[in-house]
Design a protein around this ligand. Sequence first.
Ligand SMILES: NC(=O)C1=CN([C@@H]2O[C@H](COP(=O)(O)OP(=O)(O)OC[C@H]3O[C@@H](n4cnc5c(N)ncnc54)[C@H](OP(=O)(O)O)[C@@H]3O)[C@@H](O)[C@H]2O)C=CC1
Ligand SMILES: O=C(O)[C@@H]1CCC=N1
Length: 275
Amino acid sequence: MTQSSYPLIAFIGGGNMASAIIGGLLRAGRPAESLLVVEPYAPQRDRLAVEFAQLPVLAAADASLARAALVVWAVKPQLFAEAAAACASHVDQALQLSVMAGVRVGAIARASGAERVVRSMPNTPALIGQGIAGLYANTAVSADDRVLVEQVLAPTGRTLWVEQESDLDAVTALSGSGPAYFFYVVEAMSAAGQQMGLSEAQSRELALATCAGAAALALQSGESPTLLRERVTSKGGTTHAAISSLQADGVGAAVQRAVLAAQQRARELGDEFGS
Ligand SMILES: NC(=O)C1=CN([C@@H]2O[C@H](COP(=O)(O)OP(=O)(O)OC[C@H]3O[C@@H](n4cnc5c(N)ncnc54)[C@H](OP(=O)(O)O)[C@@H]3O)[C@@H](O)[C@H]2O)C=CC1
Ligand SMILES: O=C(O)[C@@H]1CCC=N1
């Protein structure tokens, strides 16, 4: 593909999520000139310049945005209305792709003036190409649009389309926020390691290698987590003592309540911005 044959992709907001997608696209061989970022915060523009040489970055929206075939909304939900007001007149013909939590396709279409909107919910492992993103498209989005979105997100990891927009709240709660639950467990395991006399570095290495290995085993074997757990749990052994303690403390139910609390917050965010 020649450089000029790449459709221009404009990012509104150049923070963590935008950087994860931009990094993936550049690693996949896309020329930096086929991307454009609007980022009003000067220190963040400096960071982008250091991380991604040749990446065109604007301090404010201007008419050059009108060349974009795809516009990626990567600002905090609370800043969307302000950002959209500055960009809408330039981006209303483009396909819109949002990574913002909660803001619904109807609200994005209204604020951007565009018809074709895809909402996605990525997660931070996207930074190393190991993310998973839920996707939802409104009815104006074509099959070709879907392919473009999949190509843009492919370097960040996997994608999974959902049929109902409300399912994105569940995706947000499970995989969007999910890395934080995992880190919370690793923090607790590491703290226990230190309580037992291991160093902080030893505890963290043991906890992380164990979790990474367990996830890889579950993915590669395709076996159910329940079966895999039972295989670790010898009768009358150490794992049985630990799992019994977790059950007595209601940890499984607490994790489920936590995920549902995240889903409820995603719904509330959606309600704040309208349908
Ligand atoms: N972090 C995560 O795990 C996930 C985040 N998301 C979603 O991704 C989105 C971005 O999150 P994240 O990357 O973490 O946030 P960041 O704060 O890192 O990035 C947002 C960027 O947008 C900039 N910005 C603010 N206002 C404007 C504007 N008017 N025009 C253009 N740019 C603007 C911000 O600048 P400034 O710093 O000056 O405000 C900031 O650099 C959020 O909507 C979030 O819901 C989705 C999935 C996971
Ligand atoms: O906490 C949040 O609201 C965002 C969405 C998913 C992960 N981070």
